[in-house]
Structure formats: structure tokens, C-alpha cells
Design a protein around this ligand. Structure first.
Ligand code: NAP
Length: 295
């Protein structure tokens, strides 16, 4: 398909890496990036990428920004914003501007699951209905929780080196943001994906017990994991200064792990031609974030 391939959210962690992996696969003059702050992407402009200003909350601006775009990656809006309106604005502006194919980043769900991740599941259901009604070609990328998000949520361990979160002992297959970005770029750069969805999860599952064990092995300091009731988790996080809505939101992502939402798939592996980043490799790179006093 000719025309530009545009990545929204290009100043963010996922979008920025998608653009970089796209540039490994297609000429820069086919790659476009949407940003609220295009000046932040001056380096991409120098490399031949088309950078346009656009805000999900500004339909007229979006329509202009999508001129000449054939494929669009809609990176979901941030939590605690009006994401439904934002996504609807993007879809309608894209259709009006002649975009033929939208790729959307949803959150992975276990088949038949009734679990609701706040600020995610309802948005995804709404957005997928809007996409289906648009008549455009659609590809949905169902992303697991990022390994990086798990790392940030665990954060610096307390003095007793315990991880106390409500994630149960259920295996979970989180993938690194970079692996998801590379797989997303592989889909964007090739044709034949209309009407398909891909579940961008890790190749192998692990439990939070495994996280503690592996972190302990890497740092040489025993780490324990204690499955923690959600109310205890929320109380501890709010005591540490986290606003309660955010504590409940982050707690829900751990509860999603406990509910078994993030099952392993080989979609990333097939798209990028190698297994996803392992838990051990990820923790080896990031161990210092958790045990600053011990490493
Ligand atoms: N699966 C997971 O574990 C996980 C974790 C984190 C996030 N997410 C979801 O995945 C999305 C991408 O993740 P990420 O790590 O790349 O997030 P991120 O680093 O926060 O980046 C979000 C991107 O979206 C852009 N954006 C936000 N609101 C916008 C608007 N109204 N108009 C235009 N652009 C807007 C931001 O632009 P600015 O630079 O201008 O703010 C930024 O480029 C998130 O927005 C969130 O929905 C998933």
C-alpha cells in the first residue's frame, strides 16, 4: 500500500520505538509521526520523517495532519483522560482524511474473561466498535502489560526486600515495550493484516514468585513475594504518598495478572523472528532500580 505510515504518540515510550523500528524496514519518506509537541521530534525531521502536529482533542487539526496517510497507528490515550472522545476523534478524522487502515493498541484480554481493567477494557470495547463501524481496514494489537510497567510498579523494594502486591501466583506473560514496538513496526511495514488482531505478549509466562527468585539470584540478596490483599496494597501505597485513585488503578493491573489476563502467545516471536525478552534478561538490566542499596 502506498502513502504515509503514521505513528501517533510518537513522543511516548511505545510510539517512539515503533518509529525507530519502522525506519529499519521502510524508507524515511514513507514514515510520519504525530505529536502534540512536534518540536520534540526535530531529530526525526532531520532523518527525513514527516512530523505533524496533532492533538486527539482537536478534530480539525487531526484532519489536516492525516493528509496523505494510508496507514495509521492509533496509540491509545493516557489513563485518566477522556480516551473515548480522543479515540473517536482520531478514527473519524482519519476516515475523513482518506486513511485506509487503522492499527489500534488495545490491552490483552484472556478469551472469555469478565475481568475489567479500569481505564482500559471499556475504552477498548468502545474503540473497537467505533473502528468496526468506520468501514476502514482495522488491525488490533492486543498488548500485554509492559515488563517496564511491572518494574516501575514494583519500584524500590522496602528494607525487608519483599514484593507485596495483589498479583496472586498466576503465571503471566508480560513483554518488553521494545519487543511490542518491533512487532508493531513489522505489522505496519507489511500488507495483509487487515481484519487480523495480534496479541503482543511474552513467549513465556512467569509468576511474581519467579520475579522475586530471579531478582534475588541476580542481586545476591534474597527477595520474597507476598500476595497481598488489594486493600492492604492500596493502604500501603497511599501511606507512601500515592493518590488513592492511582493506587487502585495500579492495583487493578496486578489483579489482572492474578486473573490470568496475560497469557503467553507466539505472535511477537513470529513477527520479530526471535523469542521475547526474558524475565531474567529484563531484571538483569533493571535490578538496580529495585535494590539500590544492594547492587
Ligand atoms: N500495556 C501497558 O503496560 C501500558 C503501560 C503504559 C501505557 N499503556 C498504554 O499505551 C499507551 C502508550 O504507552 P506509552 O508507554 O508509549 O505511553 P507514554 O510514554 O505515556 O506516551 C503516550 C503518548 O501519547 C501521546 N498523547 C497522549 N495524549 C495525547 C493527545 N491528546 N493527543 C495526541 N497525543 C497524545 C503522548 O504525547 P505527549 O508527549 O504530548 O504527552 C505520548 O506521545 C498509553 O497511552 C497507555 O494507554 C499501556
Amino acid at each position: 500500500m502506498s502513502g504515509l505510515i503514521m505513528v501517533t504518540g510518537a513522543t511516548g515510550a511505545l510510539g517512539n520505538q515503533v518509529v525507530e523500528f519502522l525506519l529499519e524496514r521502510v524508507p524515511a519518506d514513507r514514515v510520519a509521526a504525530l505529536a502534540r509537541r512536534p518540536e520534540a521530534l526535530a531529530g526525526l525531521v532531520e532523518r527525513g520523517v514527516t512530523v505533524r502536529r496533532g492533538d486527539y482533542e482537536d478534530p480539525a487539526g487531526l484532519a489536516a495532519a492525516f493528509d496523505g496517510v494510508a496507514k495509521l497507528l492509533l496509540i491509545s490515550a493516557r489513563s485518566f483522560t477522556d480516551a473515548k472522545t480522543a479515540h473517536r476523534n482520531v478514527i473519524r478524522a482519519a476516515k475523513g482524511a482518506g486513511v485506509r487502515h487503522i492499527h489500534y493498541t488495545a490491552v490483552q484480554r484472556r478469551a472469555g474473561s469478565a475481568f475489567v481493567i479500569p481505564q482500559a477494557t471499556e475504552w477498548d470495547e468502545y474503540t473497537e466498535k467505533e473502528l468496526a463501524a468506520s468501514g476502514l481496514d482495522v488491525t488490533v494489537l492486543r498488548n500485554s502489560q509492559y515488563l517496564e510497567s511491572l518494574g516501575k510498579l514494583i519500584g524500590e523494594l522496602p528494607p525487608d526486600h519483599s514484593i507485596r502486591v495483589p498479583a496472586g501466583h498466576t503465571p503471566t506473560a508480560l513483554a518488553g515495550c521494545g519487543d511490542m514496538a518491533e512487532a508493531t513496526a513489522a505489522v505496519l511495514a507489511t500488507d495483509g493484516h487487515a481484519g487480523h488482531s495480534y496479541t503482543l505478549a511474552g513467549s513465556r509466562a512467569f509468576t511474581l514468585d519467579d520475579v522475586a527468585t530471579v531478582l534475588g539470584e541476580i542481586t545476591g540478596t534474597p527477595v520474597t513475594y507476598q500476595d497481598t490483599p488489594i486493600e492492604d496494597y492500596v493502604a500501603a501505597r497511599t501511606r507512601a504518598g500515592m493518590p488513592e485513585p492511582w493506587a487502585r488503578f495500579t492495583g487493578a493491573w496486578f489483579q489482572a495478572i492474578a486473573a490470568g489476563e496475560f497469557t503467553p502467545t507466539d505472535d511477537i516471536e513470529r513477527l520479530i523472528g526471535r523469542p521475547t525478552t526474558s524475565l531474567r534478561a529484563f531484571l538483569t538490566d533493571t535490578a538496580a532500580d529495585h535494590l539500590p542499596r544492594a547492587v
